[in-house]
Design a protein around this ligand. Sequence first.
Ligand SMILES: Nc1ncnc2c1ncn2[C@@H]1O[C@H](COP(=O)(O)OP(=O)(O)O)[C@@H](O)[C@H]1O
Ligand SMILES: O=P(O)(O)OC[C@H](O)CO
Length: 500
Amino acid sequence: MRKAQYIIALDQGTTSTRSIIFTPTGQALSVSRREFPQHYPKLGWVEHNPEDIWNDAIFTIKTAISEAKLDNKISEIAAIGITNQRETVVLWDKATGKPLYNAIVWQDRRTSEYCQKLKATGIEQTIHEKTGLLLDPYFSATKLAWLLDNVANARARAERGELAFGTIDSFLLWRLTGGKVHATDATNASRTLLFNIKTQSWDPELLKIFNIPESLLPEVKDNSTLFGTTNSELFGHAIPIMGMAGDQQAALIGQACFEQGMTKATYGTGCFMLLNTGDQMVISQNRMLTTTAYRLNGKPTYALEGSIFVAGAAIKWLRDGIGLITHASQTNDMATQVENNHEVYMVPAFVGLGAPHWAPNAKALITGLTFNATAAHVARAALESIAYQTYDLGKAMKKDSNSDIMTIRVDGGMSANDWFCQFLADIMNITVERPSYIETTAMGAAYLAGMASGIWNDLSDVSQHWAQGSTFRSNMKEDERTKKIKGWNFALKQALLTDD
Ligand SMILES: Nc1ncnc2c1ncn2[C@@H]1O[C@H](COP(=O)(O)OP(=O)(O)O)[C@@H](O)[C@H]1O
Ligand SMILES: O=P(O)(O)OC[C@H](O)CO
């Protein structure tokens, strides 16, 4: 029998789920991807059906196994690594494994009034110091509180110990292990507002603030360790689950940003920029987040994070919302076609604005329209807006970390857009590095599982697999950059006025 050598990375994102099988040299053997429905039951509400997520996880894993021709060689799969959209909340019945309600997605704003009320009590500073986060509906705690207070009998049942709470990683782990393991990892726990990132444990004071019964919570584990074993009926053979991390932290790992100061930005549905701060827990003075980057052998490494809620989603809106394009990649040529932005700016506050503004009720807008504006200008404005938002994050992080960001490693669907990458380098006046393989989130999950199962030794071993693809260097004159940023700030100010 051949040695177990392959790793399955299960990447459960906001709009799609993919499974990728990796070889010990970090090559992808097969990929299976499925998009799933988004539900918007009310203005500002965003939900997923957890059964869709579960079915797609199983479907993509099985398809990836088949395409890699491993159906009869399941024992050659050494481990599964899970990575996931963070903060999204599932509450389920421990006896049946059935969710009580749809998953409330990280983009959902239904608890913004609750957050405002809590802010008025003056508690935000305490929360910020313990969790590194801010009081915003983005994070899990207020969503979980909403479920407990709005789903019939949920609170009483939670208090009787009948229910389990988890982010998507936990829910998938519970299902994959046949209801045997209720656990999460330190990075996902760090996004709940209930986890103290200094002590690396659930915090009783935070549980009290948000009125969350402790019995609901999963055990918090390191990122690279044995989480459990799949129910053998699922894939015909039990496979150990040996890695787990939130998708943005997994991308940091997949990008091999292991040294202090190394920075990555992932452009998927949103954009999340993380700067590795090593063992320093830098508490931001500029509305950035502090988060656990990874925890290995009990030792946490921290990161500063800037979270932009809408990046690729703005391009998806051009396609699905207003039918301006039929493929996301068209925006590349459209932006190239026009000489400049004609003063057209988009502020993509479709679900409010995240860092550094934290304006949950702000609305998106397009400014500067004249009869000279064309579809290409609007497409270009959408791409530009993501670069300006990244510029704002970079400025804040520079102040917090007291260091210059000279290079950013990019990944995610939108990083395939060359025009965007060049504009990002120009506006930020930095070097943008795109790896040859941009599925770094899945790669990160594979590394975590592979380190625990002995395929790779440690971080320096996995960093050998990072390979440079394209490099984009700044090529814009300072006065042009200044003028564009001024135009962006003007548009941004108008969007912030809508945050009522
Ligand atoms: N060539 C492109 N140019 C601009 N945006 C793109 C391009 N290709 C994909 N996208 C955008 O990237 C997003 C998909 O990226 P992905 O990393 O798969 O997202 P997620 O993991 O959040 O589901 C979509 O929102 C899509 O609009
Ligand atoms: O699914 P993505 O790639 O848009 O990532 C979502 C983030 O984890 C939300 O914090």
